[in-house]
Every structure is written in C-alpha cells, then in structure tokens.
Design a protein around this ligand. Structure first.
Ligand code: CIZ
Length: 298
C-alpha cells in the first residue's frame, strides 16, 4: 500500500524537519524546525505522527504530545546532542550553583530535565535574557553559546567546553571565500551553529526557519547559505525567483538523510519504530520546554 493510503487508513500525519531529503519534504504534511514541528503536532487531529528528523526532535514531539503515537522511519542520532554528558553537566551545576541552565533543544530528554529553560536557535538570546541570574550555563553548542554571549550582558558558561555540530563545523573560511568569489553579489546567511569565523563574515545569522523568513523579506536575489543542505530545497521551492548557493557542499547531516520513502512506508505499515520516553523523565523534561514556549509567546 502506498504512503498516502496508509496515512489515511491510520489517521497519520507526516512531519519533516527542514534538513531531510527533498522527496520527503515533498510528501510531508508539514516541514519546519524542531519547535514548529512539536507545536504543530499538538494542534493536529491525528492518532499517529510519523516524524522524519533526529532523535531529540522526535523526543520533543513525544513529550509535548503524550496521547499520540510517535513513530520514526529509522534511528537517527544527533551527534551534537551526544556531546553533552550527564556527569559534566552535573559537575558544572555544582561549580556554578547560582547559575541558571539553558539547554539548546538539541539535547536528549535525560539532560533537558536539568535545565531551567530550553531554547532553539531562533530564541536563544531571548530565553537567556529572561533568566533571573547573571550567569547562565549554556550547552551543548559552543558556536551558539558564543552567538548568544555577543547578544546578552549575562555571563555565558559553555557546557561542555567544546560541543559542536559536525555538519556546520565543516563549513570553512576557505569555502566561504571561494563562494564569495563565485557569487560576489550574494548575501551571506548562516546558522548560529557555524563557527565564529563564519559568523563574523555573515550578513545575517538565523535559525533554519529564520533563514527562510529572512530570504523572503530581503531585496537581494542571490544568497550564500551556511547550514545543512536540506534547507536549500525549501528555499528554492518557496522562492523560485531567487538563487541559493551552498557555502560548502559538504554540509550534509548523515542522520537527517537516513530516512527514505521506503522506510516511511514500512514504518506506517508495521508501526515500528515507536518513540517512547520514560514517564518520569518526560514529566520533568516537559517543564523547561514549556517554559521556553511561555517565554517566546509573551
Ligand atoms: O531547531 C531546529 O530545528 C534546529 C536544530 C535548527 C534550526 O535552526 O532550525
């Protein structure tokens, strides 16, 4: 049976992250960033959510939608989320007892439970500013931590000392100068997970959905994009009259590309792999996630 029929039969909806393969974005009911997807999942009238993205995103959807069955086509691990380990987080908390803890959404639920608030790349400075402490433990991405530190008067203490997204880290200054030589009129738009060197040369730094919104507003016709390659599909689809070039052709997240149409069909047929979270962890992790939603909707 085809995906469309299976979706109808099971009252299922397919949610896909901005970074997944183009053919999956094309059949998804909704494509967005992790927070948009989790919020969308709470609003839809579906019994089953098939999510295409990586582990921490699937967990967030499951935590915010406890009454719905959440499936993934395959196990996709975010290497950045893996860079935070429980012992270092707890050691830092002991070392800075007065600091609040803000964790990027790219963390596993077992770590979210230690946060005062979660943030995404689109709301990180706002969430940090809302904390009632001068010091904030922030993790796990060092580049996002630096970006936030430049936007706030609070002291940002990165946890761990050097967590990074391998996909964004592969975008080098050399790639950027080559791309600028080829497309001198293009605006440089990058994600805050890019290194500090790249961020300094950028015209705009924004989250995935922020990049889409910015390119729509801009009068420019050409853009050099510094993020995972999957976003290019959405940019081109939504702005066919503008030109988008990757700064580096190597910015590909293997975990995001693990999902395929065949695996989606299989998942809908068999209803495995199910995303389940320990009830005790879910009940604690939902608190800092809801805190972020509360802060950003005020
Ligand atoms: O929140 C997300 O989906 C991530 C990881 C990045 C972004 O900028 O959308």
């Amino acid at each position: 049976m085809r995906i469309k029929d299976l979706k109808k039969e099971k009252n299922a909806i397919i949610l896909a992250h901005n970074y997944v393969r183009p053919e999956i974005q094309d059949i998804a009911d909704f494509v967005g960033d992790s927070l948009e997807l989790a919020l969308k999942a709470s609003k839809v009238d579906a019994d089953l959510i098939l999510f295409c993205g990586v582990d921490f995103m699937a967990e967030t959807i499951a935590i915010l939608n406890p009454s719905k069955k959440v499936l993934v086509p395959d196990i996709a691990t975010c290497s950045l989320a893996q860079m935070l380990d429980t012992d270092s987080l707890l050691d830092y908390k002991k070392l800075y007892p007065d600091a609040k803890v803000v964790l990027y959404i790219n963390t596993l639920a077992k770590h979210k439970i230690y946060a005062d608030a979660i943030c995404t790349s689109s709301n990180a400075p706002e969430i940090v500013d809302s904390m009632d402490s001068d010091k904030v433990l922030f993790g796990p991405d060092i580049n996002l931590a630096r970006y936030v530190a430049n936007k706030t008067s609070k002291e940002i203490i990165p946890v761990p000392r050097y967590g990074f997204c391998s996909t964004h880290y592969q975008i080098t200054i050399n790639d950027l100068s080559t791309a600028v030589k080829k497309h001198p009129n293009a605006e440089i738009v990058v994600h805050p997970e890019c290194t500090e060197d790249i961020q300094k040369k950028a015209d705009v730094i924004a989250s995935t959905s922020g990049i889409i919104r910015y390119c729509k507003r801009s009068n420019k016709e050409e853009f050099l994009i510094g993020t995972e390659i999957g976003l290019i599909h959405r940019l081109k689809r939504e702005m066919p009259d503008k030109e988008f070039y990757m700064i580096s052709k190597f910015s590909v997240c293997p975990s995001m590309k693990i999902h395929t149409l065949d695996k989606i069909e299989r998942a809908l047929k068999t209803e495995i792999i199910n995303v389940t979270i320990d009830k005790n962890i879910a009940s604690k992790a939902v608190i800092p996630i809801k805190r972020m939603i509360e802060i950003t909707s005020n």
